[in-house]
Structure formats: structure tokens, C-alpha cells
Design a protein around this ligand. Sequence first.
Ligand code: S3P
Length: 182
Amino acid sequence: MDDQRHLVLIGMMGVGKSSVGRRLALRLGRQFLDTDKIVEEAAGMTVAEIFAAEGEAGFRQREAAAVREALESQPWAVIAFGGGAVLDPITRGLARQLALVVWLQAPARELARRVSASMRRSGGTARPLLTPGRSPEQVLDELAQRREEAYRSAAHVLVDTAGRSPGQAATAVLVATGWPTP
Ligand code: S3P
């Protein structure tokens, strides 16, 4: 296995890219990067504030720049992409070229449960794509179906996280990729 590249996690919001990514980075002795955090630091605004001020299009532009910055950085890192980052075909191409791309999967019901828990922790403002008045599970299910092709074409490896803790999912990623642990 060629580990001289970034390890990128993609997949729907709530699947655990950040919590799994942080554990992977610890185990691999790598830096952990999160494109949402890079966007927020560069903008001086939260993701929700950017959506409110600039719309989704403004956010996607900033996200594409953050992805490029993360992929072009050294040393090799574990990088969690925002859930919609690979909708951009240029991002998909760059990621496949510069990283091993792992698609974390979970059923919409589990995504909804995890997203609701994290929204309660952050005061309910962190997920601009979830429409008030609609069930998060339904919105996430529709989004996941619409995005399936983009995720599939970006990913080298698929890992099912259903029923797994972040630590167990991190182990499953290492097993599925054959990634060497130090
Ligand atoms: C989004 C996912 C979010 C964030 C933004 C849009 C998406 O990131 O980038 O709210 O389009 O799925 P996470 O996947 O880290 O929650």
C-alpha cells in the first residue's frame, strides 16, 4: 500500500468524517484537517453564517479553495471533506490524484440521529441544508441518493460505519485500505 499521499474521508453529513478522521490521524501520527474548519477560519464566519450571507454558491466557492489548500499541503494528512465537496468535478479529480479517498457510509436514519445530536450540542445552527419543518432523515435520504454517483466516482474505497463507534469505524478504514499503521 502506497501511504505517500493524503487520506481523505468523504460522505454525507453526520457519517462521522471528523470524529473518525481525528482518530485516524492520531493512530497514523498525522495532522488532521477539516475543510469546513479551513473555510470558517479563512472567512472569519461559521458555515451557517456563510450560507446566510453568500448562499450555497458562495460557500461552495470557498470550499473548493479550502479543498485545494488542504490537498496541496504537506506533510501528508488525514483530511475530512465537507459532505458536498465532491459534487465539484475538479475536486473529485484532484482528490483521486493526490489522496486515497474513503467513502464513509451509513443509512439515512443513522445520519439523522447523529446530525440531530450534534445540532443539539451546537444550538441548532450548524446544518444549513436541513430544511426546518422537514424530517432530517427524509432530507438526508434524498441528498444521499442525489449524491451517490459523485461519491462513487470520487471514492477508491467504501467503508460502512453503521452501528460502529468512531474508533471502530477508524479501524474498519485501516483494514479496508490496508493502510500501514506505525
Ligand atoms: C454540507 C456538509 C457540511 C458543511 C455544509 C454543507 C453538505 O459538512 O460543509 O453544511 O453539503 O453536505 P459536514 O459533512 O462535515 O457536516
